[in-house]
Design a binder for this molecule. Structure first.
Ligand SMILES: Nc1nc2c(ncn2[C@@H]2O[C@H](COP(=O)(O)OP(=O)(O)OP(=O)(O)O)[C@@H](O)[C@H]2O)c(=O)[nH]1
Ligand SMILES: [Mg+2]
Ligand SMILES: [Zn+2]
Length: 361
């Protein structure tokens, strides 16, 4: 075993794998890698080779980051510079194998990396009141686009008498993704979920507040790691009990990432995700007579035909059109934003450069 193998060994249970090890060795880096397992405001909780550590991103990293995606997120592998006392400094973010990004108001470029390096995304909705196929499509687009494998998890099956009809309806929308009904109360479906909880896999739990994400983590862990809270009866809005993202290591070796409930999931440029999620629609639109058919009044339009004979529902078509417009809008916005961000980044690099003391001055 090489010295580097020994160094990174403790990170294996946190998801460090052979591919990352090879890339790390090839990079010749002298800084140790660590995983961001939680984030609290400006501080990162790191799982480093020597154990838990607090990390901070240097001001320069923040200044140079043109987009929120260039800042560390929970799930990231980073290179750190340890300090004798005080927090370690996060120097570099290693390439992500997946990133689940959403648009959010309030951040400078409006983007937020919800989770990085996720293997599987549990898209969670509760069977009793939270079910919404249109919202699920949105989650599926973002998940397929992230590079993680989506799994639709329908929670609180103990609260509905016969879930089968609902599950069948959801399966149509889920196109390709596994759909699993579960209950943390009577344990239904947990075996099927465990299939995805392989050692070293990172499973992110995503969904609205109150659907039972933290409860599921507790159930899978067999202990109360997290605070959970009842949903308000009157409006069924969750209470937003969980306020930060965190990765937990389960006894069977899987890593689960609990997240706070999302009020909204705005899409970023997500063409790939749309294509995967609306595979059926793409096939229909592909057989229109004209390749540039706008599905409006052109002759031989397969979409209008499918709409009129019921092969394609109006809801699904509208949803597809809407999400596509949203993603296309993001692309245009990005182009404008990217040019501005690039200028900002270079301004800062030049500023930093001027601060470096030069020989002979
Ligand atoms: N009947 C039933 N209730 C459940 C189940 N899972 C969770 N709950 C209840 O749903 C409520 C909300 O659960 P949480 O786990 O806090 O929900 P969450 O998704 O983590 O919510 P946020 O942290 O706000 O995003 C709690 O009162 C749980 O006890 C289930 O399988 N069946
Ligand atoms: Mg929670
Ligand atoms: Zn057409």
């Amino acid at each position: 075993m090489t010295e580097i193998d020994t160094l990174t060994m403790p990170l294996r249970i946190w998801g460090w794998d052979d591919a990352r090890q090879r890339a790390y060795v090839e990079s010749g880096s002298v800084l140790p890698p660590a995983r961001v397992v939680a984030q609290h405001r400006g501080e990162y909780v790191l799982q480093a080779p020597w154990g838990r550590a607090i990390g901070v991103a240097p001001g320069r990293m923040k200044h140079r980051a043109a987009r929120a995606r260039e800042m560390p997120a929970v799930g990231d592998w980073v290179l750190v510079e340890p300090a004798n006392d005080g927090p370690a400094t996060v120097r570099e973010i290693l390439p992500r194998s997946s990133e689940f990004v959403r648009r959010r108001a309030g951040t400078e470029d409006g983007e937020q990396v919800v989770a990085a390096n996720v293997t599987v995304a549990f898209l969670m909705m509760s069977l009793d009141l939270n079910l919404n196929p249109r919202r699920l499509e949105r989650y599926l687009v973002a998940a397929w686009d992230s590079g993680a494998t989506p799994v639709v998890v329908l929670t609180k099956s103990d609260l509905v008498g016969d879930a089968d009809a609902i599950i069948d309806e959801i399966k149509v929308v889920a196109a390709g993704a596994d759909v699993i009904a579960v209950s943390s109360v009577d344990g239904v479906g947990l075996d099927r979920l465990r299939q995805y909880l392989e050692p070293g896999a990172t499973v992110a739990l995503l969904g609205s507040s109150g659907v039972g994400k933290s409860t599921l983590v507790n159930t899978l862990a067999g202990e109360d790691l997290l605070l959970t809270q009842e949903v308000r009866e009157i409006d069924n809005k969750g209470r937003h009990t969980t306020t930060h993202r965190e990765i937990f290591l389960l006894h069977d070796g899987a890593l689960v990432l609990d997240t706070p409930g999302m009020r909204e999931l705005g899409l970023v440029e997500a063409d790939d995700g749309i294509e995967e999620t609306f595979d059926d629609v793409a096939v229909i639109a592909g057989s229109c007579r004209f390749s540039d058919c706008r599905h409006d009044s052109e002759p031989g339009c397969a979409v209008r035909e499918a709409l009129s004979d019921g092969t394609l529902t109006t809801e699904r078509w509208d949803s597809y059109s809407k999400l596509q417009k949203e993603a296309a809008f993001e692309v245009r916005r990005r182009d404008v934003g990217a040019a501005q961000a690039e200028r900002k980044k270079w301004k800062q690099i030049h500023k930093d450069y001027r601060k470096i003391p030069k020989k002979g001055r």
